[in-house]
Design a protein. Structure first.
Length: 211
């Protein structure tokens, strides 16, 4: 079931304002941005639609996808270049065949990189370029025993450094590939459903580090 997937429809739920973040003074390994979502006024979007809902809940950030074959995402409203992005993610409802992950170099709904896992143990790195979705370095999502299944918490990390894109799960590197198309953009969270909707993902401890 984990074929290279193409979403039939997408929904842009990005923050409205783009703020340029000057990180030249931050040393390598330093934190550029972080949010534990304890403050519901910290700037992430809160929106609902027929296809799902995104927003703060219980000192976390939640993405709920009710429609099948659909993704929802949220970004910080900033622009980054070289980043190491981390978050803790938990499936709180819905099927284990889902998408849970991070995006980087987000320009608009048709242009960004993503690193996603599923609760039944699969992962991939890919991109959306001019609205066309493709996987990078893989023909389909691959299995990894680094993913804790079911409703267990997984710590995800996505490094976007130069043209190199690396995905980590619970401290283990599972994917590394390269792509030169996107050099800067926003970063944030993504969740989605395959054939069955009702996916609900709880995110916490989001951190952006300078690699």
């Amino acid at each position: 079931m984990k074929k290279a997937w193409i979403l039939l429809v997408t929904l842009c739920l990005a923050a409205c304002q783009i703020r340029w973040l000057t990180d030249l003074a931050v040393p390598a390994g330093g934190t550029i941005y972080q949010d534990d979502f304890s403050d519901p006024q910290s700037g992430w979007p809160v929106q609902s639609a027929e296809e799902g809902w995104i927003g703060y809940a219980g000192e976390a950030y939640v993405i709920q996808v009710t429609a099948p074959n659909y993704d929802l995402w949220a970004v910080t409203g900033q622009t980054f270049q070289e980043v190491r992005v981390e978050v803790t993610a938990v499936r709180t409802a819905g099927p284990e065949q889902n998408r849970i992950g991070l995006v980087c170099r987000y320009l608009d709904p048709g242009n960004y990189y993503f690193f996603v896992i599923s609760s039944d143990g699969y992962y991939t790195v890919g991109k959306l370029r001019d609205g066309e979705r493709s996987l990078l370095g893989q023909e389909m999502m691959a299995y990894s025993d680094a993913i804790l299944p079911g409703e267990a918490a997984n710590r995800l990390r996505f490094d976007c450094s130069g043209a190199v894109l690396s995905g980590y799960i619970n401290g283990r590197m599972v994917a590394v590939t390269s792509d030169p198309d996107l050099s800067a953009g926003d970063t944030g969270l993504i969740a989605g459903a395959f054939d069955e909707g009702g996916v609900e993902i709880r995110f916490d401890d989001f951190t952006v580090i300078k690699p």
